[in-house]
Design a binder for this molecule. Structure first.
Ligand SMILES: [Zn+2]
Ligand SMILES: [Zn+2]
Ligand SMILES: [Zn+2]
Length: 340
C-alpha cells in the first residue's frame, strides 16, 4: 500500500517539477527525497506529464487579504482520470467518491478557496489562511476545516468536516476518526470519508499522524480590540446603564465611552393615572407623564412609540430589536406608508 501511495505522489511531483521548477509543490518536493529511488516507475505516465505542461499562475486572497498563489492546470486524459479514480477507490474502499479525479483543483484549494467541483485552482500552500488571522483553531465541529500534519508539522492535506460523532477515538491520526470529511485527494477524486480513512494516514501508507481543525475568525471587540489584535472605531453600547434623570440614562461602550439615551419602558407598565414607570434597562424611574400620543409622535411599525421627552414605550415584541439598536421609529403621520 505504502508503495502505491509513494508512487502516485511521486508521479505528481514529477508533473509539477516539469512544469515550473521553482514552484514545485511543497508536499511533492518533500516526497522526492523519500522516494527518489522509485523514479523509474514514472515511465508509464510520461505522456500524462507532457500533456499537462500548460500551467499558469494566478492568485487568490484570504479573508484578511493575504495573497495566495494558485495554479491553473490542464486536465488529464480520460484514461488517466479513469485510472486515478480506480486507484483512489481501491486504496480506500471504505470511502465514497463523489466526484471524479481532476488536475483542476486539489485538497487545499477545495477546503480553503472554494468547495466546488468547478473550482479552477490548484493550491500548494494554504498556510496563510491560518497564520494571517483569517482562521483560528477549532475543535472539529461541522463546517470546520481539518488539516492533516506529519511529524515535522507539515500540512499534508486539508478537508471539510461534514459530520461528527462522539465516543472514543481510535487515535490513528489524532481524533480524525470521529469526524466525517469531504476532501479531494491530490489529483484523485473528491471523497467523503471517515477522517482517518484517506491516503494520508498510516492505515493507507500516509505520513499524517495528527490533525488540527480551523474555523473562520469572527472579531469580538472588547474595549475596541479583538483578541486577534484588530481594532474597531465603531461603538457597541450596552450595560451598565446609569440613571441620570427621569428622561435619560447612559449606555456604556466597551471602550468606556458613554451615550445618553432615553429610558425604555414596556407599554404594559404604563398604568393609568401614574406618572412614572420602571426603565427596563437602568431600573430607574422614567417619567411617562399623562401624554397622549398625537400626530407629532414617533412610532415603530409594531406600535411602540417615543414620548416627547425621549422615553421609549415598547411593546414586548419590539424589545429585542430596541436593545440591539435595530428598532426604527417613524414619524407618526408617515407610519401608514410603512405598513402594508
Ligand atoms: Zn479578531
Ligand atoms: Zn466605544
Ligand atoms: Zn433607564
Amino acid at each position: 500500500m505504502k508503495k502505491l501511495v509513494s508512487f502516485i505522489s511521486l508521479f505528481f511531483v514529477f508533473l509539477l517539477s516539469v512544469n515550473f521548477d521553482t514552484f514545485a509543490g511543497i508536499i511533492e518536493q518533500k516526497n522526492i527525497e523519500n522516494n527518489i529511488n522509485t523514479i523509474e516507475t514514472l515511465d508509464s505516465y510520461d505522456s500524462y506529464a507532457a500533456q499537462t505542461k500548460a500551467t499558469t499562475i494566478d492568485y487568490v486572497y484570504t479573508p484578511n487579504g493575504t495573497r495566495v498563489q494558485v495554479f491553473c492546470r490542464d486536465e488529464m486524459s480520460y484514461s488517466t482520470i479513469q485510472a486515478c479514480n480506480q486507484r483512489g477507490d481501491a486504496l480506500v474502499p471504505e470511502a465514497t467518491r463523489i466526484s471524479s479525479s481532476t488536475t483542476k483543483y486539489n485538497c487545499h484549494s477545495y477546503a480553503w478557496y472554494r468547495a466546488s467541483t468547478s473550482n479552477p485552482y490548484w493550491m500548494n500552500d494554504p498556510s496563510s489562511y491560518y497564520t494571517d488571522g483569517s482562521y483560528e483553531e477549532s475543535v472539529g465541529n461541522v463546517g470546520d476545516i481539518i488539516c492533516y500534519y506529519d511529524n515535522s508539522g507539515f500540512n499534508l492535506h486539508s478537508g471539510i468536516v461534514i459530520a461528527k460523532t462522539s465516543g472514543k477515538s481510535n487515535g490513528i491520526c489524532g481524533n480524525s476518526d470521529l469526524v466525517t470529511v469531504r476532501s479531494k485527494w491530490g489529483a484523485w477524486g473528491l471523497y467523503e470519508h471517515r477522517g482517518d480513512q484517506c491516503p494520508y494516514t498510516s492505515t493507507y501508507g500516509g505520513e499524517a499522524n495528527y490533525v488540527k481543525y480551523y474555523r473562520k475568525h469572527n472579531h469580538n471587540f472588547v474595549n475596541h480590540y479583538c483578541s486577534c489584535g484588530k481594532y474597531t472605531t465603531s461603538h457597541d453600547y450596552h450595560a451598565p446603564y446609569n440613571w441620570i434623570d427621569y428622561s435619560n440614562h447612559t449606555d456604556t461602550c466597551g471602550c468606556g465611552d458613554l451615550k445618553v439615551q432615553g429610558h425604555a419602558v414596556l407599554s404594559e407598565s404604563f398604568m393609568p393615572g401614574q406618572k412614572y414607570a420602571t426603565c427596563l434597562l437602568c431600573g430607574g424611574s422614567a417619567e411617562i407623564g399623562f401624554i397622549q400620543l398625537d400626530s407629532s409622535g414617533k412610532v415603530s411599525v409594531n406600535g411602540s412609540y417615543l414620548l416627547p421627552n425621549g422615553v421609549a414605550v415598547l411593546l414586548e415584541k419590539d424589545l429585542n430589536s430596541f436593545i440591539n439598536g435595530s428598532l426604527i421609529f417613524f414619524d407618526f403621520e408617515k407610519k401608514d406608508s410603512y405598513v402594508s
